[in-house]
Design a protein around this ligand. Structure first.
Ligand code: AMP
Ligand code: GLY
Length: 446
């Protein structure tokens, strides 16, 4: 410890940090924060067994497992009380539902420092209509669209378009709210299911119908302080369950960074024509954007266009990006909370990083839970590879499966082919019944 630091400064220098969430993304956040010499104690709510060596696990379920309406609000209040009592210095929020539920507003009202957007700023993800209208107003490139809450008007518009049809529930729908339909009959059915509330309840009471964009998908994550931002290396997720990007969409079966599909000049274009104007507009709307602006992009023949915004780290994208970050994550997040990002020097390694998600066979449909997992400790001992837990649970001192996406195996190396090779060698050492993972993660770059 540096003896020059006064008792007064120590109060701010050393921090007790709380991470909200329980997936691979949050395990990666805990893992990175634990490397900060300034973090004295880490807590995770509700956390997962992979975080146990690094953080104290708390029994607050501020996440998708229970978080609907008033139940989520009750959990946010309970956790807020706990954070005040424990003098938590910084809270970092992983999942979108807690953000859309107003956890940031509540913690700020309690005088707590928290990293993430307010409920009003989180509308960039929680309302596709809000996001599309904002982009349209300020000229951010995105698919042309119209929004509807009446079925007959929506059907009439659909019939004026050509396949494939893109229909999206406006509200949060656990990543399943965008449906691409190849024929008009399926499109009309999808529309009916959304607007009648059968598909996504209230989240589908308003829909966006938009132009189908052709191109390669890439994501860019901007860490924002309300006025300024820094960007992490562009990356690619693998949403489809099967190799070759076939089959139904999942939360993400793997990711890698940097993605060469996005050149430096395109990245510059995205920063100046998408990120910058959106942040400026949010400030003008009196809801400055603090937190992670996840730009899901399509690289079309006429330039990069926004597919969607999210207001948080992606999962598994976070698992490949944080190992590349060379700054102290606490410093970066604290600087954002204080609005001082302009003078921050982001330092990112020029290595490549890849994450292979090991899932329960059957996911994204039905799957068995409670299956014992072996081999994790063998991989934990390897250099340059980390096992991030997602859907795991501790049962009778053993780690068992507890979700669709079970583990994320992340390897970093000086080149992408070696990182990919190592991630797969490590995945082979881990086993559980019906384990499934894609064998072609990063195929577009290899
Ligand atoms: P979203 O939930 O909006 O990110 O959509 C999920 C996935 O659907 C995206 O990752 C794309 O692969 C695809 N998608 C969404 N909107 C479009 C679009 N307008 N054109 C082509 N593909 C799209
Ligand atoms: N991997 C996609 C997401 O986090 O939304």
């Amino acid at each position: 410890m540096n003896s020059v630091i006064s008792e007064f400064e120590k109060g701010f220098f050393f921090m007790k940090v709380l991470v909200i969430g329980k997936g691979g993304r949050e395990h990666a956040l805990v893992w990175k924060l634990a490397q900060s010499p300034r973090v004295t104690q880490l807590f995770a709510a509700p956390g997962n067994p992979g975080m146990e060596p690094l953080a104290k696990i708390l029994p607050y379920r501020v996440d998708t497992s229970i978080s609907q309406g008033s139940l989520l609000q009750e959990e946010i209040q309970r956790l807020g009380k706990w954070a005040v009592k424990e003098n938590i210095d910084l809270t970092v929020v992983g999942p979108d539902d807690a953000l859309a539920g107003g956890i940031v507003d509540h913690f700020k009202d309690l005088g707590l420092q928290i990293f993430g957007p307010t409920k009003a700023a989180a509308r960039l993800e929680s309302s596709k209509v809000f996001a599309k209208n904002l982009m349209h107003r300020i000229g951010v490139p995105t698919a042309s669209y119209r929004s509807f809450s009446e079925e007959n008007k929506a059907v009439a518009y659909l019939r004026s378009l050509e396949a494939p049809f893109v229909i999206k529930a406006s509200g949060l729908a656990a990543g399943k709210g965008a449906v691409i339909c190849e024929d008009i009959k399926t499109a009309e059915n999808t529309l009916h299911q959304m607007l009648s509330g059968t598909a996504f309840g209230e989240a589908g009471s308003e829909v966006v119908i938009e132009e189908f964009m052709h191109g390669e998908e890439v994501s860019l994550f901007a860490i924002c302080d309300g006025k300024d931002f820094v960007t992490l290396p562009p990356d690619q997720d693998h949403k489809a369950i099967f190799e070759g990007d076939r089959g139904p969409n999942t939360g993400g079966m793997g990711a890698y960074a940097p993605a060469p599909a996005m050149s430096k000049s395109v990245q510059y274009e995205v920063e100046n024509q998408i990120v910058r104007p959106v942040i400026d507009e949010m400030r003008k709307l009196n809801c400055p954007f603090n937190g992670v602006l996840y730009c899901g992009l399509m690289l079309t023949d006429s330039g990069p266009k926004v597919v969607e915004f999210n207001v948080r780290f992606g999962d598994p994208e976070c698992q490949v990006l944080l190992p590349l970050l060379q700054n102290d994550l606490l410093e970066l997040l604290e600087t954002c909370c204080l609005g001082n990002l302009k003078s921050f020097n982001l330092n990112v390694s020029n290595e490549a990083s890849v994450c292979v998600v090991m899932a329960s066979g059957g996911y994204p449909g039905d799957f068995e839970k409670g299956l014992p997992i072996s081999g994790i400790s063998d991989v934990d001992q390897e250099d340059n590879t980390v096992v991030f837990h997602a859907g795991t649970q501790r049962k009778d001192e053993k780690i068992v499966t507890a979700g669709g996406r079970v583990l994320g195996i992340t390897s970093t190396d000086s080149d992408l082919p070696t990182a990919v090779k190592n991630a797969y060698l490590s995945a082979k050492k881990i086993s559980f019944k019906n384990c499934y993972y894609r064998k072609d993660i990063a195929h577009r770059a290899l």
